[in-house]
Write a protein that binds this ligand. Structure first.
Ligand code: SF4
Ligand code: SF4
Length: 159
């Protein structure tokens, strides 16, 4: 047999062996190992939500706890791309948060707003599903009505 003939059959043998090797690994994961991937969003598993899939420290959409917000505007000033718009107004003797919008379509999830907040009022949620037909839907309005601004807690006296 010529050298070319030998090489031809060698190549066929190699192709069969490497295919078998690949199939062995595929079969192992198919039969033995638990599934690593999930058919999202159709088969999350009973009682599981999309949020359950991500880690504890995941940076998803921002969320606001208005009961903790003291209206200091630090998060708005810290944001390098002006995603946050807050309005604080005086109604009678009280200060009210009348607007707290976060434009998630611009947000780069840097966390500067979260870090700077002195009360933990703004934090990351695990929400990551942002697909929509109108980009305006990603500007999240966190307040539906004016909310009384929380009073900052008095600092403990140094002993
Ligand atoms: S995470 Fe960063 S980009 Fe997004 S709103 Fe906060 S400061 Fe702005
Ligand atoms: S969310 Fe935090 S940083 Fe932003 S205005 Fe409220 S208290 Fe200040």
């Amino acid at each position: 047999m010529t050298n070319e003939g030998v090489r031809y059959f060698k190549n066929i043998r190699e192709a069969i062996l490497t295919t078998a090797k690949g199939m062995k690994i595929t079969l192992k994961y198919w039969v033995k190992e638990p599934a690593i991937t999930i058919e999202y969003p159709d088969r999350l598993g009973k009682g599981r939500t999309a949020e359950d899939l991500v880690s504890e420290r995941y940076r998803g959409f921002l969320k606001l706890d208005p009961s903790k917000c003291i209206g200091c505007l630090q998060c708005m000033r810290a944001c390098p791309i002006d995603c946050i718009l807050i309005k604080v107004e005086k109604i009678g003797e009280e200060r009210y948060l009348t607007r707290f919008d976060v434009d998630q379509s611009k947000c780069m999830y840097c966390g500067l707003c979260v870090e700077v907040c002195p009360t933990g009022a703004i934090t990351f949620s695990k929400r990551f599903e942002g697909a929509c037909y109108d980009i305006g839907e990603l500007c999240i309005k966190h307040l539906q009505e004016p909310v009384s601004v929380a009073r900052p807690k008095a600092k403990k006296k140094e002993e």
